[in-house]
Ligand binder design. Structure first.
Ligand code: ADP
Ligand code: MG
Length: 257
């Protein structure tokens, strides 16, 4: 890691940025998708979100970096109410990185350029500094030797690790993962989860939508169950998996475990 990103990792470890959802509603047209979500993802911890398809998991994550705007309620990143009028969306997206199921890399750019472009264009750092940061982050995800490849010349797992490095190069305080391993062949999942575990152990605040129950059990401090746009249950993984309180969560776990 570069000095800057090491310092950032240390800062996250000691302070950590908390994400707070205060009574979030989201409707698309007339369709309510999130209802009165109240949740805190404490600084430096990992929160896993699970739930059936269509329950609003992606929408909640997308609200967290303003890819969607909540219909009601407020979201705080640290002390900043990002949903208030006049919030600087570009600045907020540098504080809150997001990794998607399908990587969203630029296909015509090299791996190195995928990791440097936003640094230069959004953060305004010099090419040399962007390259140095990119190389440190590519090394951290095990891809130092791949900087001149195009995304199509990498496996899905490698592409996803590039996407993670690209997010980390922006020096975010919070990382969001939306089913980051769902599109991968089974043998490639492990390497991506290992990178996510490492990030969690270094104290990044993470909110992770996932079907990987073992990851949730072993890495998360908190697991959240969404169903039909409502937060049904949030608990420490031991309690969540071993003593679910609601019938809905119990039957969901019966299906997936
Ligand atoms: P999940 O990630 O849990 O599968 P989503 O957040 O993607 O759920 O979707 C929740 C609900 O919101 C679904 O019914 C989906 O069809 C609907 N939805 C999501 N995005 C949009 C959109 N841009 N316009 C209209 N409906 C949407
Ligand atoms: Mg989704």
């Amino acid at each position: 890691m570069t000095q800057a990103s090491t310092a950032a990792a240390d800062a996250v470890t000691t302070t950590g940025t908390t994400v707070r959802y205060e009574h979030i509603d989201k409707t698309f047209g007339n369709t309510p998708v999130l209802h009165d979500i109240v949740l805190e993802a404490p600084g430096g911890t990992t929160t896993c979100i699970i739930g059936p398809s269509g329950s609003g998991k992606s929408t909640l994550l997308r609200c967290t970096n303003l890819l969607e705007i909540p219909t009601a309620g407020r979201i705080f990143i640290g002390d900043q109410a990002i949903t208030d009028k006049g919030a600087d969306v570009d600045r907020i997206r540098t504080r809150v990185g997001m990794v998607f199921q399908n990587f969203h890399l630029f296909p015509h750019h090299t791996v190195l350029d995928n990791v440097t472009l936003a640094q230069q264009q959004v953060l305004g750092v010099s090419r040399d500094e962007a390259v140095e940061t990119a190389r440190a982050n590519l090394a951290a995800v095990g891809l130092a030797a791949y900087e001149n490849r195009r995304p199509s010349q990498l496996s899905g797992g490698q592409q996803q690790r590039v996407a993670i490095a690209r997010s980390l190069a922006m020096n975010p305080e919070v990382m969001l993962f939306d089913e980051a391993t769902s599109a991968l062949d089974p043998e490639l999942v492990k390497g991506v989860l290992a990178v996510m575990r490492d990030l969690a152990s270094r104290g990044m605040t993470m909110i992770v939508v996932t079907h990987e129950m073992r990851f949730a059990r072993e890495v998360a401090e908190q697991v959240v169950f969404l169903d039909q746009g409502r937060l049904v249950e949030a608990a420490h993984p031991t309690e969540f998996f071993e003593s679910p309180r609601s019938d809905r969560l119990r039957s969901f776990l019966d299906e997936v475990l």
